[in-house]
Design a protein around this ligand. Structure first.
Ligand code: GLN
Length: 471
């Protein structure tokens, strides 16, 4: 199967004409046709004939290709604006929206010669952690169809896990790349705030939103990141910091590295199988001469309240553009989860409550920044769980909004701070459900996270396992 290969292997094989882009795209569509009816990962599938025509055109020019992503099929979470292609953010509010321009991340991938195959299902507006809060039906987990794929980038995760394309672009505001990556057994990178342009992203919480790769391995994420990262004149918050050649740096040695384990992230509420599995993985790091240090991050408990005050405040402002009064949209088309967030945000920002909620949350956010600074001055990288439990049953989180929020407890504090985090597969529960862990580093330390993650993936093969969906 071509889809088992890494981007590096595919790119080399295509150049040597061992196989063609057309064959690769054909293989993707075979898997999409077989598996998507079971998973519901797509909102829009790009016309197969069109994609194959595009592939044949590209095959003719393969000798002139300059990017490793040339001819590589990929997917976009439906939160990215694509000219002439329906873009919904998984909400019926936008069910007929055909954009007039391209998101920067999409344009960069097109310029590199990558081939878009679909716009993916997600929690509407990024609101959720299970891809059930969507107007297009829930995404199912390829490892157990009675369970959720995670969210909000559940469609991309389920599709990459079941080999429907080579890589995908997700969006992470408080865990949306990492959580579904962990639950579907793929690798996902939440980048430093500003590392990748947000231009053309349907905004959830603008000061938390990040655009990042989801793929089968750390190596593939590195390949994608070096294409999509960088300054963009259309996004004033994008960083002009130099973009390293992540894929070339990935094998460079790490010396005298300290991996921190913050105790608060491994206490009550964390499933024991997940806890043991992650703590066990430290042996692999120790073998590579990485030192383990136990630390404390006492702000931990404030992560959820800070996130769930500032996030909804920003979303209430961002979603006001779809206001029924000004633009004739029907407010009733927002799901109850989104309405809840708009109401919490509007309340937290209203006069009389602003100081008590929004302002206080922003102050606590500063304390979080200091806490991460401190932890990352004592250690180079932090090791944490991604989710407190294995993937939940379809419907389980929808009936319990509080449980739904608690599911984000390990992934919501990095976004208000801005630091990057890499989620990688590290084992399975005894029932065969995937387990992920995250490596968190200081601002713009993606190269280091990718190197450390790559060390782990060279020593293990969890990330190579894929679900059996035949029959
Ligand atoms: N689950 C979190 C939320 O519902 C994170 C979502 C995201 O990162 N887009 O807010």
């Amino acid at each position: 199967m071509l889809l088992d290969k890494t981007i590096e292997e595919l790119s080399t094989g295509l150049k040597q004409k061992l196989f063609s882009i057309e064959e690769l795209v054909q293989e993707c569509y075979e898997n999409i046709q077989k598996y998507n009816p079971k998973l519901n990962a797509f909102i829009t599938i790009i016309n197969k004939k069109e994609a194959l025509r595009n592939a044949r055109e590209k095959d003719k020019n393969i000798s002139r290709a300059t990017s490793k992503l040339y001819g590589i099929p990929f997917l976009l979470k439906d939160a990215y604006i694509t000219k002439g292609i329906k873009t919904t953010a998984a909400s019926f509010v936008l069910k007929n929206y055909i954009p007039q321009y391209n998101a920067t991340v999409y344009q960069k991938l097109l310029d590199a010669g990558a081939i878009l195959l679909g716009k993916m299902n997600m929690d509407a507006w990024g609101h959720g952690g299970s891809s059930e809060n969507t107007d297009f039906g829930p995404v199912r987990n390829p490892w157990d169809l009675t369970r959720v794929a995670g969210g909000s980038s559940g469609g991309p995760a389920a599709a990459i896990s079941s080999r429907m394309a080579v890589f995908a672009i997700g969006e992470d505001t408080g865990g949306s790349i990492r959580n579904p990556a962990a639950w579907c057994n793929i690798t996902g990178l939440k980048v430093t705030y500003g590392r990748v342009s947000r231009y053309g992203t349907i905004a959830y919480a603008s000061s938390f939103d990040t655009v990042g790769p989801m793929a089968k391995s750390v190596g593939d994420c590195a390949q994608v990141l070096e294409v999509i990262a960088g300054k963009d004149m259309y996004d004033a918050t994008s960083s002009s910091k130099n973009v390293p050649r992540y894929s070339e740096l990935i094998d460079s040695p790490v010396e005298n590295l300290i991996l921190g384990i913050p105790k608060e992230f491994f206490q009550e509420g964390l499933n024991t199988e997940i806890k043991n599995c992650i703590l066990n993985s430290t042996k692999i790091f120790e073998k590579s001469k990485i030192k383990i240090k136990h630390i404390s991050m006492p702000m931990f408990d404030y992560g959820l309240p800070v996130y769930y005050l500032i996030g909804p405040s920003e979303t209430s402002s961002n979603l006001a553009r779809y206001d029924g009064i000004r633009y004739g949209q029907k407010r009733k088309e927002f799901t109850s989860e989104t309405v809840r967030r708009i109401m919490i945000g509007t309340y937290a920002l209203s006069s009389g409550y602003y100081d008590a909620y929004y302002k206080k949350a922003q102050k606590a956010r500063t304390l979080f920044i200091k806490e991460y600074d401190k932890a990352l001055s004592e250690c180079d990288v932090l090791l944490m769980p991604v989710t407190p439990t294995p993937p939940t049953k379809i419907g389980e989180l929808m009936t319990d909004p509080l449980q739904n929020l608690l599911a984000d407890v390990y992934t919501v504090s990095q976004n208000p701070v801005g630091v990057p985090s890499l989620a990688i597969p590290c084992g399975f529960t005894k029932n065969g459900l995937p387990i992920g862990m995250q490596l968190v580093g200081s601002m713009f330390s993606e190269d280091l996270l990718l190197r450390v993650g790559h060390i782990y993936q060279k020593a293990t093969d969890w990330h190579k396992k894929y679900p059996k969906l035949e029959g």
